[in-house]
Design a protein. Structure first.
Length: 202
């Protein structure tokens, strides 16, 4: 289905209002409960106008995840300017990455679970998630290279770091795994990651 070309000056504003509304609903309700009519009603945009910008519910969901999910799903990406990737402060940076992830996902637990369940429901949505994860990886990589880190499979190290932090936070917050001593588990994770990064700081 071809999109009709929007004519009004505020067309971008309407598109983003629809996308923001869709993302808000995706954070609050199950995927099956989201309808185009409700998105339009809440955004105060007609269903006809909706189809000027998006082909389907799936289309607007993909756009919304791509453009609005970073603060919840990728807190490291979203707070990248707070992180200093320097050779002599690697452990501090790793600790900050873990803390940013824990704090953000703790505060947005319900929304995080809803968006993640939508992403896992479709290969198309999962591809967008992987694309954003790769964007985060490349930003971290470029910051490290700018600060003279040794490459030596640096992207692989960053990817492992992303996965280890994400898995740790997911287990602790989303799966509610109660570690006997959370701080000691967190310290252990930091030590593992520090060993992983050593080859890039020499």
């Amino acid at each position: 289905m071809s999109k009709r070309i929007p004519q009004k000056i505020n067309s971008i504003e309407k598109k983003e209002r629809l996308a923001e509304t869709c993302y808000y609903l995706a954070c609050q309700t199950p995927y099956e409960s989201i309808t185009i009519s409700e998105i339009c009603d809440r955004a105060k945009v007609s269903v006809g106008t909706f189809y000027s910008y998006f082909d389907s519910k799936s289309d607007i969901i993909k756009y919304s995840i791509m453009n609005y999910s970073k603060p919840i799903l990728f807190p490291i990406y979203n707070n990248i300017n707070l992180l200093k990737f320097k050779k002599n402060t690697v452990i501090k940076t790793i600790t900050k990455m873990i803390n940013i992830s824990i704090d953000t996902i703790s505060m947005t637990k319900s929304s995080y679970k809803n968006i993640l369940s939508i992403i896992l429901s479709s290969d198309e949505y999962l591809e967008i998630y992987k694309q954003l994860l790769n964007e985060e990886l490349n930003i971290i990589y470029n910051k490290c290279i700018q600060n003279t880190f040794t490459d030596n499979n640096l992207k692989e190290t960053i990817n492992i770091t992303q996965n280890m932090i994400n898995n740790f936070v997911f287990d602790y917050i989303i799966k509610n795994i109660n570690y006997i001593d959370f701080e000691s588990q967190k310290t252990l994770l930091e030590k593992h990651l520090l060993l992983l990064w050593e080859k890039h700081t020499k």
